[in-house]
Write a protein that binds this ligand. Sequence first.
Ligand code: XIL
Length: 395
Amino acid sequence: MAKKRVLRGRRNFLLGLGTFAGTGAVAIATTKRHQSNQMQALADNIRSFPVVENTPLRNRAAAKGLIYGAATQKYMLSSNREFATSFAQECAMLVPEDELKWRNLRPTPNSFDFTQSDWLARFARTHNMLFRGHTLVWHAKLPKWFKSTVNRQNAEQIMLKHITTVAGHYAGKIHSWDVVNEAVSPKDGRSDGLRNTPWLKFLGSDYIDIAFRTAAQADPKALLVYNDYSMEYDTPKDEAKRTAVLKLLERLKSKGTPVHALGIQAHLWGGETRFNALKLKAFLKNVADLGLKIMITELDVTDKKLANNVKVRDRLIAGIYKEFLSVVLDEPAVIAVLTWGLSDRYTWLTEKEPRKDGTPVRPLPLDELLKRKLAWNAIARAFDSAPVRRVKHGN
Ligand code: XIL
């Protein structure tokens, strides 16, 4: 039986490799790396990812004192009943993927439109899910009026009014807020590692501290999170990012800024071999030692560079989930795992990182038809073998 599976796997593996034949002499080194990745995945027969019982992810996570949830948008839930059912079944936390961004909340400099986000908050409440805020201060997805309206004189007042109004609107109803998103970018060349954003330009580096203090006042119950990406791999870029993020968190803590957690986006890359469990573990420990919680906030796996064969691809993706989550869940400070979407039917990667062969991307736990994939099994197994958290989290 096991032998049969391996043989079947080998056939899929070869089929998968067939897709590389057409790419010519493009990047032989890269192809070799993918090949060895695929071999590794197939050689490891644990990677059939068996799970016991059909228990949804939210219950498996909860059994360990963890939260599983996902990002989604109103139109997905309101236009697709099956998707809404799956979402409520699997997720204990809902994150509005776009609805709480400035572009959507702020039609004009003086108005707020909570229609879409309130709908999501209601959906979460109806289905006994926690609601999470993303995001109060970010350089992207700003409204069209921002550029012509915001300047050095009014920036602080505009930022404060936004935080006070939005965090105030959901006060007591939100588990956690990404107060500041993606504020670190070592490649921008500043000695403090901060990104050159409009907020930094207008307010100086203190804007981060001010944002957290304002959020704490507006919603004293919410867990306040600093959220960022590119901290997962053993690359010079990610190493620099980890160092700069740690420095920022240390600075904030030493000033008494009310920051409670680090959000690690975790947009992972299929085909990226530079994953270093020890380095990631050490980073998580450093963050935890600052007295911070950790949330995995936007987990997904880009399959742009993976084989065309769906079975091979799904197994590789599941392997990446497994590898990452086994390190992450070993750190007791980690309280939640959120994927950036639930089903391949709705994922930002369809547009952001489409495959060259034109086939649909498969980065998430459920497939386009809402069927559980090997990635789902990998996440389920990771929760099943995670150590129990002693403290009960959540609102
Ligand atoms: C993405 C959404 O998924 C898209 O729908 C939107 O068009 C652009 O933003 N990091 C973040 C998220 O913090 O807000 C981004 O979400 C993905 C990267």
